[in-house]
Design a protein around this ligand. Structure first.
Ligand code: CU
Length: 217
């Protein structure tokens, strides 16, 4: 092979890798799930979410994820929420996943909510951190709520998102107060991403799965 052919091969290889890296970064930045508006309007609104142990379809069928219910009662694969400013927002989470447990037991207690967390109809001041499946946390608002998991041996567990009320689930409700307008990140802090490094990869670092945005408008 001539020297110029070798050089062309090297530069061609570099260009191909650079194109792949650029594609990865651009697609990572551009893919933002649709925003779903809370029901109601200021000063009171409500949001209904569900968590699923695995999507069951799409590009990441084994990823754990959140879903949001839209105004027509349809489940949307998104974690981008729009809520009114200076309002009380009631959140209902239908939790279909089993427990993974929190690394830091401090987060077993709900923080930053108005009133008490209610788990399956019972006011619940704190949760055994080992029983947490996910958290709904907005660090900038000081909000963190642990979400109890379904028992490992529960019958009729959900395997395909979105799950239905006929399948095994826990129901968690809580209220938080929004302040000024802005966009806040929210996320889960349970290392729930099975099969990734320390359980914090994949869905745990992806908006639309275990990370989200809260648009306060
Ligand atoms: Cu999680």
């Amino acid at each position: 092979m001539t020297r110029s052919a070798k050089l062309a091969g090297v530069f061609g290889g570099i260009a191909a890798v650079a194109a792949l890296v650029a594609y990865y970064i651009v697609s990572y930045l551009i893919v933002v799930p649709p925003s779903v508006a809370a029901a109601g309007q200021a000063p009171r609104a409500s949001v209904t979410l569900q968590t699923v142990a695995s999507m069951g379809y799409g590009p990441h069928p084994d990823w754990v994820s959140y879903f949001v219910e839209d105004a027509r009662g349809k489940w949307v694969h998104s974690t981008v929420l729009t809520v009114p400013a200076n309002s009380l927002v009631k959140v209902t989470v239908l939790q279909y996943d089993t427990a993974t447990g929190l690394r830091n037991p401090y987060w077993g207690g709900p923080r930053g909510i108005v009133g008490e967390m209610v788990l399956d109809g019972k006011p619940t001041p704190t949760l055994d951190p080992d029983l947490a499946s996910h958290t709904f946390a907005v660090p900038e608002l000081g909000l963190s709520v642990p979400l109890a998991g379904v028992a490992d041996d529960a019958k009729n567990q959900c395997g395909l998102a979105p799950c239905t009320l006929a399948e095994a689930h826990r129901t968690i409700t809580f209220v938080f107060r929004t302040g000024k307008r802005g966009t806040y990140r929210w996320q889960c802090f349970v290392p729930c991403a099975f099969g990734t490094i320390l359980g914090f990869g994949g869905p745990m670092q992806s908006i639309g799965y275990m990370d989200g945005l809260l648009h306060v408008v």
